[in-house]
Design a protein around this ligand. Structure first.
Ligand SMILES: Cc1cc2nc3c(=O)[nH]c(=O)nc-3n(C[C@H](O)[C@H](O)[C@H](O)COP(=O)(O)OP(=O)(O)OC[C@H]3O[C@@H](n4cnc5c(N)ncnc54)[C@H](O)[C@@H]3O)c2cc1C
Length: 715
């Protein structure tokens, strides 16, 4: 040691530190680096930097220890030491530079959203370009379609979204926050007119954000029965049947079957073959299973409702728990933004402009035969007005409320609606905004006699909330992973028995026979569902919710609750959505017309009463206490009327039907009377289905992309 100087001590210390660090991290190195394939350059760069650095330190150490002994032997030793040091240093610098250079494409590939080319708020820049396809609305259908049309790289696609980007916001992403973004900047915050049958104004949330209502929804992922999609074809829409729609839905899905533990606590295990694999949207089962969800299927079975383990097969009636649009890897919402936009955000031929309100479609001076031709759109952003040009098509994906508004602002609609607000009619299409159908909801609430943990605990107990947030952040199971998958579809007979069901159906037949609506065939099809002997089309959905979920009463801070909801699936009432101003910023008038058909009120009351039957089943009776709402002695019809709510599923306002039978678009989704305007969103659904509708909307968008690209290929 005598011949060692202070640089040698430093060198020995550094070598010891590196060896110590190597020993501490050897496990990780074996797991993550040694396991990489031989061909991965990153493996060899890493190993070189790690071991060459150590090797060179040891060699210098050795040489330095003896250099005094050799110094008198001439300059050759000094030279060789110098060369070794220089070469080593240079090699290590090169390796560091390689790593730094490799990081740029790696970071961009991992986070394509960083590439600003696709998502922009620069309206002037957007308006400068011309696009093959302009899509109005970056929502559920709009972003799906944009991803597919831009996939080949052959076509340029411009999307305009009125809302901002909520990408990465926990209020959207965390499953247990569902409902939290309602009423925020992400919501259009619509309300309906009070109905003439006495139902007061109902709030109608709709997504005003990238992803649209797929960013606001409660993530349920399911399908209706085979008959319901087949009915669309029977109404005059060739190619729109179960086999076709489901084949496109499977294209969107990446199904993650439940683990054995999840399957046991949810009492459900749909076969992997029933859903799609490899699609952009993650479909999985909830990680956190609440008591109410765990009891759901056995409780309904005890009431004689048969368990249905495969609601995706074309028959959805029966007791079941359904999957959700959740990414199981990090337990976050999987929606059109994360599934279809972000992975493709680096495409040069795709531009999505946020905070841009489309005001109307612009029309070319030329016509194609009788059909008018769209040349682009007018939009406003940041207080300025712009136009953008489309060389091939303008596609409206504004959703069931805004799509009819945009058509009417563009001069397509009923002459009397347009004349009232001074808009010149360009296509006479009186069905725009008509045939509005929704799913309605009534809720009933019970106290939890066992005061078990529910969402109420999360909302009122800050310590519990903090614990759960920490668990969620750690990717451990917490109540923030929870959504409510206990939901089941039942027929009218299940609710009221066969003979009362027959009486109600007879009244429905009489009601429909008097209808003079152009879309009367859709009502007749509903009668066919009711009279179907196979009883495979549900009339009511039943849901068990883990907590207090009504907004017209307040929960007690010291109690926890369970809510059951009855949601009517095939209302005979039809409403409408129309503009009453030529100002694009003024909201259209939503007349849901709830309970205008007496059938709907009867079925709703039957469903609400059945919630008490569920609560009284032995499984639930053991954990539930006093009924909070409707409350003993309350008249169920007046309760249902005054507290009717929406399931957030409006459809039909630009129905796909023959033109003379209430149609706005044909079966290629082209607007009648136009050469190049299509509609792709929930508004084209001509007849409601007994299911939550996001999966159906994704399927519509996937199918639309197929139709549009096939049309281009043959032109
Ligand atoms: C609160 C809530 C809960 C729901 N829960 C579920 C559920 O659990 N499961 C399920 O399956 N379904 C659920 N749904 C329904 C489902 O999410 C929607 O039916 C579906 O997402 C609608 O898709 P869309 O493409 O038709 O419209 P949207 O997704 O609403 O897209 C329309 C887009 O167009 C934009 N836009 C409109 N007008 C303009 C304009 N003039 N200029 C520019 N942009 C415009 C909007 O901002 C929006 O982003 C729920 C819906 C809501 C609101």
């Amino acid at each position: 040691m005598a011949h060692l100087s202070w640089p040698n001590f430093l060198s020995v210390g550094a070598s010891a530190l590196i060896v110590y660090e190597h020993l501490l991290t050897l496990d990780d190195e074996v797991a993550y680096i040694w396991s990489l394939k031989k061909g991965r350059s990153v493996k060899w760069i890493y190993l070189f930097m790690r071991y060459f650095a150590l090797w060179s330190l040891v060699v210098f150490q050795y040489m330095s220890s003896y250099w005094r002994a050799y110094i008198d032997s001439g300059t050759s030793f000094c030279k060789s030491q110098f060369v070794v040091r220089m070469v080593s240093t240079q090699l290590m610098m090169t390796a560091v530079q390689l790593v730094l250079t490799a990081r740029v494409p790696l970071v961009l590939a991992a986070q394509p959203a960083l590439d600003s080319r696709s998502i922009s708020s620069d309206a002037a820049q957007f308006a400068k370009a011309s696009y093959d396809y302009i899509i109005v609305g970056g929502g559920t259908a709009g972003l799906t379609l944009a991803a597919r049309l831009s996939e080949s790289g052959k076509y340029t696609v411009g999307v305009l979204e009125a809302g901002v980007s909520g990408y990465g916001d926990p209020i959207i992403d965390i499953p247990g926050n569902f409902g939290g973004d309602i009423g925020t900047v992400y919501d259009w915050n619509y309300t309906t007119l009070p109905s003439s049958a006495g139902v007061p104004s109902v709030p109608w949330p709709r997504g005003k954000v990238l992803g649209g209502s797929s960013a606001l929804n409660f993530m349920v992922w399911n399908r209706p029965s085979r008959q319901e999609y087949d009915a669309w074809e029977k109404l005059g829409n060739e190619g729109w049947n179960w086999d076709s729609v489901v084949s496109y839905m499977r294209k969107a899905e990446n199904y993650n079957p439940p683990s054995a533990e999840q399957a046991a606590s949810l009492h459900t295990q749909p076969p992997p073959s029933s859903l799609g694999k490899g699609g952009p949207l993650q479909v999985s089962f909830v990680k956190y299973v609440s008591k109410v969800t765990n009891l759901w299927v056995p409780a309904l079975e005890s009431l004689g409702i048969k368990k249905n383990n495969d609601t995706f097969s074309g028959r959805n009636v029966g007791a079941s728990c359904e999957p959700s649009g959740i990414n199981p890897v990090n337990s976050t919402r999987s929606y059109s933004t994360t599934a279809y936009l972000i992975p493709n955000a680096a495409r040069k031929n795709l531009v999505v402009l946020t905070s841009a309100l489309v005001e109307k479609i612009n029309w070319s001076a030329d016509k194609e035969g009788e059909n008018i031709v769209a040349s682009g759109i007018t939009f406003s952003s940041g207080g300025k007005r712009y136009t953008a040009n489309a060389t091939k098509e303008v596609i409206i994906s504004g959703g069931s409320v805004n799509t009819p508004q945009i058509l009417e602002l563009s001069g397509i609609g009923n002459s009397s609606v347009l004349a009232k607000v001074g808009i010149k009619q360009v296509v006479d299409l009186p069905s725009v905004g008509e045939n509005l159908q929704d799913h309605s909801a009534t809720s009933a609430v019970w106290e939890r006699a066992d005061n078990g943990v529910t969402f109420d605990t999360l909302h009122k107990n800050a310590t519990f909330a903090a614990e759960q947030a920490a668990l969620y952040a750690n990717n451990s199971i917490s109540i923030l992973d929870e959504v409510d998958p206990g939901l089941s579809y039942v027929t009218l007979s299940t609710l009221v028995g066969d003979s009362v069901a027959q009486e109600i159906i007879a009244e429905a037949v009489e009601y429909v026979s008097k209808s003079k609506a152009p879309y009367k065939k859709t009502l007749l099809q509903q009668i066919a569902f009711l009279q179907d002997d196979s009883k495979s089309v549900a009339q009511m959905e039943l849901i068990g919710v883990d907590g207090f979920f009504i907004n017209f009463q307040k929960p007690s801070p010291n109690k926890t609750y369970t809510t059951f909801i009855a949601l009517q699936q095939h209302l005979l009432s039809r409403g409408s959505i129309h503009i009453n101003s030529s100002n694009p910023s003024h909201y259209p008038v939503i007349d849901a017309n709830y309970f205008s058909a007496p059938f709907d009120a009867k079925v709703t009351v039957a469903g609400t009463a059945y919630l008490r039957t569920i609560a009284a089943s032995p499984k639930f009776a053991a954990i539930l206490g006093a009924e909070v709402a409707p409350g003993n002695g309350t008249d169920l019809l007046s309760y249902a009327r005054s507290h009717l709510d929406t399931e957030y599923h409006p459809i039909g306002t630009a129905s796909m039907l023959p033109r003379g039978e209430g149609g706005v678009v044909d079966s290629s989704l082209k607007v009648y009377g136009t050469a190049n305007v299509r509609i792709v969103d929930a508004s084209i659904i001509p007849l409601h289905v007994s299911a939550h509708i996001q999966a159906t909307v994704y399927a519509i968008a996937e199918k639309a992309a197929g139709i549009i690209l096939a049309a281009k290929a043959t032109n």
